[in-house]
Design a protein. Structure first.
Length: 520
C-alpha cells in the first residue's frame, strides 16, 4: 500500500498542470451548461448577458472536458510506459498490481470524483436533490467509465507515445464512422436494436478492455494485448451483426397469448397514403381495427418484420425494423399501421392484391399512476415525471410545456391538455376547449442514460396545438390557459412478447406521380 501511495503522490506532483486543466474544464461545464436546459425564468433571475452564448460556451466545455481527460490519462499511463523493454521504471521495485491500482486511484480521484461533483451540482441547479438520485448517479458514472475512460486507458497501455495514441484514436473514429454508414445502408436506416443486445455489447466491450489492460500491466506483452483488443472489436462486430435476428427477438420476445388483435380493415374510410422514405424503401399504411387490449393496459409495437407475398408467389421480407409511435390502448379502434417495403417490390407488385405477414415485437405496459394538475404560470414538479415550466407568451397565454428529467427519460407517459382557440384573456365562458395530448418518455428506461449532463430535456409534442381549416390549412395557434387541467398518465413495462398476424388481399395505395418518378 505504501507503494501505491508513493506512485499516486508522484503522479499528482508530476501532472499537476494537466490535473488543474481537467478540473477547471469539469467545473466550467458544470457552471455554464445549465444555461442549455434551464428555463428562461431561471436565466432572467441571473441577469445574464447573452445567455445563448453562455449556453454555447457550456456546450464547448462539456466537449473539451473529455479531451482533457484524454490528455491526462495518456500522460498518466505513459509516465510508466508499458510498451517496449527499455523503460527506466522497470528497474524500480514496482509490483505491477500496485502500479495498476495507483493509476486507477488517480483516475478515480482526478476524473471520476470531480465528474460526480459536477453532475451533483447540475442536478441541484436543475431542481433535483442529488442524494435522491445516488443509484442513478452511480450508474451514469459507471457508463462513463466503461464507454469513455476504459477505452482511453486501453489505447494508452498499448501505445508508446501521445502521437501514436492520437493517431490510433483518429483511426478508430474514422472506422466507426465508416462502419455506421455501412450499417445504415445495409439496414436501410431502420434497424431495431433489441434491448438485451445493447447490454451484451457493453459486456463484450468492458470484458475485452479490462482483459487487455490487466494483461499489459501483468506481462507487458503489447502484441497480445493489442490482439485482445482486436478480438474484442471482431466479437463486437459479430454481436452487432447478430443483433435483432429472429433468434434474438425470439429470446427477448417469447410467444405468449396475444396482448391485442389487429384486423385488416379493407373498407376503412381512413385515407391511406404512400411515400418514398428513402434508402430504397416505400412507406405504406395499413388500416386496421384494434381490439383485445385490457383496460388500463397499453401495447407498444417496438418493431416489425414484414413479409409481402404477391399472387404469383414472389415475396419480399424485411429485417426487423423499429416502429415509432405505434402504441394502442383500450380506446384504440381504427388506426393506420405504418410499414415499409422495398421500392423494387412495390414498383413490380403495387397493382396486385398482396398478403402481408407481419411479426411484431411487442412491449406490454400497464398504467401505474395518474397525476392531474391545474396549469400554473410557474415551475411545477410532476411526481414520477420531472419538472415542467410553462412557456408563457404575451398576455399570459401558454404555448407549450418545457419539461426536464434527472439522469434518464421518464416512464412512458401520456400528457393530456385542454387548448383554447381564443387568447386566454378574451376567452368567453361558452368557448369549448379542444383536447390535445402527447407521449413522452420511454417504454423501459434504464436506471440512467449515458451523458455528461445529468439533466435531460423531455421531448414533448402535443397534438391539436394548431387550428386547421377543412383543407388542412393553418388558421393560427391555440393556447393553454392558466388553471386548465393537465394530466400525466404513466405506464410501466409488464413484459415483452411476439405477436404475428396475416392480412390477406391488401391493396397498396398508389403513390403520387411525382413520388413515383423518384423510384426509377
Amino acid at each position: 500500500m505504501n507503494q501505491v501511495g508513493h506512485i499516486f503522490a508522484k503522479d499528482a506532483r508530476h501532472l499537476r498542470w494537466e490535473i488543474a486543466i481537467s478540473l477547471a474544464l469539469t467545473a466550467g461545464f458544470a457552471w455554464f451548461y445549465p444555461y442549455n436546459f434551464m428555463p428562461h425564468t431561471w436565466i432572467d433571475q441571473r441577469h445574464a448577458a447573452y445567455p445563448e452564448m453562455l449556453g454555447i460556451f457550456g456546450g464547448m466545455l462539456i466537449a473539451l472536458a473529455p479531451v482533457a481527460w484524454w490528455v491526462l490519462m495518456t500522460r498518466l499511463i505513459h509516465t510508466e510506459n508499458l510498451v517496449g523493454d527499455r523503460q527506466w521504471w522497470v528497474t524500480k521495485p514496482y509490483e505491477w498490481g500496485d502500479l495498476l491500482v495507483a493509476k486507477l486511484l488517480s483516475v478515480a480521484t482526478f476524473v471520476v470524483a470531480p465528474l460526480f461533483l459536477a453532475e451533483s451540482v447540475m442536478l441541484a441547479i436543475g431542481g433535483f436533490k442529488p442524494f435522491e438520485y445516488l443509484p442513478s448517479l452511480g450508474f451514469n458514472l459507471l457508463l462513463t467509465v466503461c464507454l469513455v475512460l476504459l477505452p482511453l486507458m486501453a489505447i494508452a497501455v498499448v501505445s508508446s507515445s501521445f502521437a501514436r495514441m492520437t493517431l490510433t484514436i483518429l483511426g478508430i473514429a474514422v472506422a466507426v464512422v465508416v462502419l455506421v454508414m455501412v450499417a445504415v445502408q445495409v439496414a436501410h436506416g431502420y434497424a431495431f436494436a433489441a434491448p438485451m443486445g445493447l447490454w451484451i455489447d457493453l459486456v463484450i466491450v468492458v470484458s475485452g478492455l479490462v482483459a487487455a489492460i490487466v494483461w499489459q500491466y501483468a506481462q507487458r506483452r503489447v502484441w497480445i494485448a493489442r490482439g485482445l483488443l482486436g478480438f474484442t472489436v471482431v466479437l463486437l462486430g459479430v454481436a452487432v451483426c447478430l443483433a435483432s435476428t429472429s433468434v434474438e427477438i425470439g429470446m427477448q420476445y417469447p410467444r405468449r397469448d396475444a396482448p391485442l388483435h389487429l384486423t385488416y380493415d379493407a373498407g376503412s374510410p381512413e385515407k391511406t397514403f404512400t411515400q418514398d422514405t428513402g434508402a430504397h424503401r416505400v412507406g405504406l399504411t395499413v388500416p386496421v381495427v384494434v381490439s383485445g387490449i385490457a383496460q388500463d393496459a397499453l401495447v407498444n409495437l417496438d418493431s416489425v418484420q414484414v413479409t409481402a407475398v404477391a399472387p404469383d408467389g414472389s415475396h419480399w421480407t424485411s429485417e426487423w425494423e423499429s416502429l415509432w409511435g405505434a402504441r394502442y390502448d383500450a380506446s384504440s379502434k381504427s388506426e393506420l399501421l405504418p410499414i415499409q417495403v422495398s421500392d423494387e417490390f412495390y414498383s413490380k407488385e403495387k397493382s396486385e392484391p398482396l398478403t402481408l405477414q407481419l411479426r411484431f415485437a411487442v412491449s406490454r405496459m400497464h398504467r401505474v399512476g395518474r397525476t392531474s394538475i391545474s396549469l400554473p404560470t410557474g415551475e411545477i414538479v410532476v411526481p414520477g415525471f420531472g419538472i415542467c415550466t410553462p412557456d408563457v407568451l404575451l398576455h399570459g397565454d401558454i404555448g407549450n410545456l418545457n419539461c426536464r428529467a434527472a439522469l434518464r427519460q421518464p416512464d412512458l407517459t401520456l400528457i393530456g391538455v385542454q387548448w383554447s382557440d381564443q387568447e386566454c384573456m378574451y376567452r368567453t365562458p361558452d368557448s369549448a376547449p379542444v383536447s390535445g395530448d402527447g407521449w413522452a418518455g420511454e417504454a423501459s428506461p434504464a436506471l440512467a442514460e449515458f451523458g455528461l449532463s445529468p439533466v435531460f430535456g423531455i421531448n414533448l409534442s402535443l397534438s391539436n396545438g394548431t387550428r386547421l381549416d377543412s383543407h388542412g390549412g393553418n388558421q393560427g395557434t391555440r393556447y393553454l390557459c392558466p388553471g386548465t387541467p393537465v394530466t400525466f398518465t404513466r405506464y410501466a413495462l409488464v413484459g415483452r412478447s411476439e405477436y404475428d398476424v396475416t392480412f390477406a388481399d391488401y391493396h397498396a395505395p398508389t403513390m403520387p406521380f411525382a413520388m413515383t418518378l423518384q423510384l426509377h
